[in-house]
Design a protein around this ligand. Sequence first.
Ligand SMILES: Nc1ncnc2c1ncn2[C@@H]1O[C@H](COP(=O)(O)OP(=O)(O)O)[C@@H](O)[C@H]1O
Ligand SMILES: [Mg+2]
Length: 378
Amino acid sequence: MSLPAKSTRDDRRKTTMTTSTRNPALESPSRAGSGDAGRSGPVISVQTLWKVFGRHGGDVPGSEELSALSRKELKERTGCVAAVCDLSFDVAPGEVFVVMGLSGSGKSTLVRCLTRLIEPTAGHVLFKGEDILGINERSLRELRRHSISMVFQHFGLLPHRRVADNVSYGLEIRGTGKRERSQRAAEVIDLVGLSGYENSFPDQLSGGMQQRVGLARALAGDPEVLLFDEPFSALDPLIRRDMQNEVIRLHHEVGKTMVFITHDLAEALKLGDRILIMRDGRLVQVGTGAELVGAPADDYVRDFVREVPRSRVLTLRWIMRPAHADDQMDGPEFGPDVVVGEAVRAVLEAERPIKVVQDGTLLGVVGNAEILAVVAES
Ligand SMILES: Nc1ncnc2c1ncn2[C@@H]1O[C@H](COP(=O)(O)OP(=O)(O)O)[C@@H](O)[C@H]1O
Ligand SMILES: [Mg+2]
């Protein structure tokens, strides 16, 4: 039940801050949460997942002809809605994995399939290697109570229960004793910054505070994975920014693996180690923010990321060039995952290219021209 030691998370944070500002999970195995030490496989592995609503929806994934149709064509031909189509991806331990797409792209259906709140039509969802599509009701309940918690857009709080009782509700269902429940509730209420509101009712709190209760409730059972389905969409922009920072802080402190659904690219870039872009139920691209901006898979992604300030997302890896014979090679060194915006000043002040170095190897250099090309576009 105890949270991972805070010092471990802070250490990890220091490491990621110095080596990389975006901490791409797949590149740094050290990002694994302390509880995951020694296990490097994905926490969640989604494999060829389908959810097709409608009569005979089950026939679609296995049919070469039907499964190849666009969502619109399928709807016209069969009346079925393919909410999630042939989706595969892995979520690494400790990663913040964002699923982004416009309304209707299948995000909520997908995230609900991860714990079978919606029953998938076909495919596999592996939690730590075990296919949850094969487990019985009882194991499923255990999974939802102990391992994977969800934070909903509309908070889902019980109006007649005080904050502390909302937070400890899951523990109560689990059969945790009263003393332990209230102790744990106090702990996570403090963690989300709500100390002093234990006895308030939800309708006495602002939207942002209610969602903090939602967060505390999800954290109370110390799950390994937190799922968020557009948790901040209903909040005012400023509160929303606070809550995004809160998630980042919590992630550093408790180091949970997170799957975060949003329709907002800025939110995705701010929170996500990696981002999966969905369109009409299908995967369009999955990658770091820098990968999406630096190498969009198609025009759809290109359009999506057009307005993104490139200097805040692209890393030096994306703009470096090979060193020329006449480059002065005594400039400062940076890692390849440093965000361009953070190196601008160093480059302009150095009056010589900065060196992009990883593990002692020179990968390339970045001079004024490379920096200005990005900054000018931003
Ligand atoms: N129970 C349902 N029955 C039929 N169609 C559904 C159902 N739930 C969702 N859909 C459809 O599936 C598609 C994906 O919906 P959803 O997963 O809610 O998308 P998002 O969360 O990205 O907005 C939409 O076209 C939606 O209308
Ligand atoms: Mg949704």
